[in-house]
Write a protein that binds this ligand. Structure first.
Ligand code: ZN
Ligand code: FE
Length: 246
């Protein structure tokens, strides 16, 4: 399947640095990790759309904060979340697990469990000629999520799974952290030209009020030190180092 031209993915920048992704197909829409509800409701109503599904990558409040308000507006909406999170995402009505295949907006979507940031974080992978990955807080452009509940090994293995996806996969992360991540990466590798070029590009986008995301997996393989880490030791060193960076 290919994203047809009726399809579009729109990012809403909310709170400090969250991005709510809206995935639209004709008159139907799905929302990924609605941190808050108001701008989502406004967008859907002003474009006369129907909210078909809410996709939750994990339970943190900056990802589920708007969900209950959206359910009030659209009581038939599918709320898709990890079956392991029935306690922390209690309003889910379609519980999923690693490897599940779903049809959302007439598209095939695969659930990929990517634990580490939390103990049951999932990602949603749209199998297309131009694949799309809604990755939540597992991977950021030039960075990766903090290891809160899992182990470094789990996070390292989650990144390994991401690396196996097609290199043209567009990755939609839930935070706009790119500039800070690149500055940290450059402090580690001051002579890395790929990082310098990317930082310039990102500063340009920020100056013109554009999002720096999505990012392409092929590009991340060049600039993301966490994806480039050769082994668990290297990954652990980088992640612990980044935790101390402000
Ligand atoms: Zn989070
Ligand atoms: Fe978050």
């Amino acid at each position: 399947m290919e994203l047809n031209k009726e399809q579009k993915i729109i990012g809403l920048r909310v709170l400090n640095d969250n991005i709510i992704w809206l995935w639209k197909n004709n008159k139907s829409i799905a929302v990924i990790d609605p941190a808050i509800s108001q701008p989502v409701i406004k967008y859907i109503k002003s474009n006369d759309l129907n909210l078909e599904a809410i996709l939750q990558t994990h339970h943190h409040s900056d990802h589920i904060g708007g969900t209950e308000e959206l359910i009030k507006e659209w009581p038939n909406v599918k709320v898709i979340a990890s079956a392991k999170e029935k306690d922390r995402i209690p309003f889910q009505n379609l519980s999923v697990k690693d490897g599940d295949n779903l049809i959302i907006l007439n598209q095939e979507v695969q659930v990929i469990e990517v634990i580490g940031h939390t103990k049951s974080h999932i990602a949603f992978y749209l199998k297309n000629k131009n694949p799309v990955l809604f990755i939540g807080d597992t991977l950021f452009s030039a960075g990766c999520g903090r290891v809160f509940e899992g182990t470094y090994r789990q996070m390292f293995n989650s990144l390994k799974r991401i690396k196996k996806l097609p290199k043209n996969t567009l990755i939609y992360c839930a935070h706009e952290y790119t500039k800070n991540n690149l500055e940290w990466a450059l402090a580690q590798e001051p002579t890395n030209n790929n990082l310098k070029i990317k930082l310039r590009e990102v500063e340009g986008k920020i100056a013109s009020k554009e999002l720096t995301i999505p990012c392409k997996l092929a590009d991340e393989m060049r600039i993301n030190l966490f994806l480039r880490a050769k082994n668990l030791e290297e990954f652990t060193f980088l992640r612990a180092n980044k935790d101390l960076w402000v």
